[in-house]
Design a protein around this ligand. Structure first.
Ligand code: FAD
Length: 389
């Protein structure tokens, strides 16, 4: 397949259909309605995530582009992206997205053979749940200024500090931690990454309720936490370069567009079924048409990434292009939904079973999580276009 050819082969189409049918058998019958109003720290959501993640892991579908020896099927990155697309499009609850989509691939690139052999198959088999422990109260966009310290002590490191906004740390049993190992070196050159068991003595986790009432974000405190030197990933003080890869993996997801597709399709259905909703809103048709065009542009940006990977090219600024476009499109769709549904959209259980308000509130974080839009634009300007800083 040519990199500019974004169509799926018959084999990929068949995979998409099979996966959709498989998930339809597991998801509750009314899931397509319920999924628009349920929040993802709800018991039902968590229970379904457990069931679906286990089911998919049986056929190694979570990690199908990984090498067989680490629990994959050695399929293409494009097929993995189709998998991710179907999951998000159906809003199928799934666990350990961080482990599957960005921490696992980072360990594959930078971990030693022992770490890969221990941890990667456990991600593929849906045994472990990971969280990413990078951001701190004073280190988000400027991640290299992080202050959490790791001091070598014999065969161990002793960790002290605080992490913030750690998604799903309250559900994870393992974390990928970035900590400063050399405070004398320039800030990018004194950071190391560690695999940390989240039940280690001295770790305390404090969930933070978000704007939608979900409890997936956390503060994580490290108070003299002992981590084995065996858990150092790659070389000491080279952690910054590993973080750059994991952040690129995180930004590469297709999920924003798959979600956008289901939201636009839902709005179209609502308007068709209830023509009065959009009757006096002249811009509704134009807005939806614009979102649809943007969605199709976005899919091309997102699917370009696995095609580059399958061609042996490592995407960098392309991940920022896709992430930025997806985050801003998500917010535009949320605004379109609010303006079309008006007061009805403010209600969680409204007549059209679509909580525009929840979507609107949730979308605020999209242009912050995994790097703000300003940071994506900086990356595109510097790395993509070679503009001076
Ligand atoms: C939902 C969500 C989930 C998250 N999950 C995780 C997680 O699992 N693990 C983790 O480690 N972190 C996580 N984060 C943290 C996230 O990576 C940071 O919030 C993000 O990088 C921004 O950092 P900050 O919040 O410190 O904002 P700041 O860096 O303080 O930025 C404040 C403002 O200044 C702007 N700004 C800063 N620097 C520049 C610059 N150089 N040029 C132009 N503008 C600039 C920013 O764009 C922003 O508007 C999550 C965040 C959210 C919202």
């Amino acid at each position: 397949m040519n990199i500019l050819d974004f169509s799926f082969t018959a084999y990929e189409e068949e995979f998409q259909l099979d996966l959709t049918q498989r998930l339809a058998r597991i998801l509750p019958k009314n899931w397509q309605d319920e999924s628009y109003v349920i929040n993802n720290s709800n018991e039902k959501w968590l229970h379904l995530a457990e069931e679906i993640t286990k089911d998919l892991s049986k056929d190694r579908l979570l990690t199908l582009a990984w090498p067989k020896k680490y629990g994959g099927l050695e399929e293409t990155n494009l097929k993995q992206t189709i998998f991710n697309h179907v999951i998000s499009y159906l809003a199928a609850p799934i666990n350990n997205i961080a482990g599957i989509q960005w921490i696992g691939p980072t360990l594959m690139m930078h971990g030693n053979e022992e770490q890969k052999t221990i941890y990667l198959p456990r991600i593929a088999e849906a045994i472990d749940k990971w969280c990413m422990l990078y951001s701190e109260p004073t280190a988000g966009s400027d991640l290299a200024s992080l202050q959490t310290r790791a001091i070598k002590n014999g065969d161990n490191y002793i960790i002290n500090g605080q992490k913030l906004w750690s998604s799903n740390a309250n559900f994870a049993n393992l974390g990928l931690l970035a900590a400063r190992t050399n405070p004398e070196a320039p800030k990018h050159k004194g950071i190391s990454n560690f695999i940390v068991p989240m039940d280690s003595k001295g770790i305390s986790i404090n969930p933070i309720e978000d704007i939608n009432g979900n409890k997936n974000l956390n503060e994580v405190y490290f108070d003299n936490v002992i981590v084995s030197a065996k858990n150092l990933v790659g070389h000491e003080n080279r952690g910054w370069y590993q973080m750059a890869s994991s952040i690129d993996f995180e930004r590469s997801g297709v999920g924003a567009f798959s979600n956008a597709k289901r939201n636009i399709e839902k709005l179209v259905t609502i308007i068709k079924d209830n023509p009065n909703i959009a009757k006096n809103k002249k811009s509704a048709r134009d807005d939806i048409a614009d979102r649809w065009i943007e969605l199709n542009t976005g899919f091309n940006l997102a699917f370009k990434i696995p095609l580059l990977q399958d061609a042996g090219i490592n995407p960098t600024y392309e991940a920022s292009v896709s992430k930025l476009y997806g985050a801003e499109l998500t917010q535009k769709i949320a605004q379109t939904g609010m303006s079309i549904l008006g007061m009805d959209g403010q209600l969680k259980n409204n007549s059209v079973k679509y909580s525009a308000a929840d979507n609107y509130l949730a979308s605020v974080a999209n242009t912050i999580a995994s790097g703000t839009s300003e940071i994506q634009r900086n990356t595109i300007a510097n790395q993509g276009l070679g503009l001076p800083r």
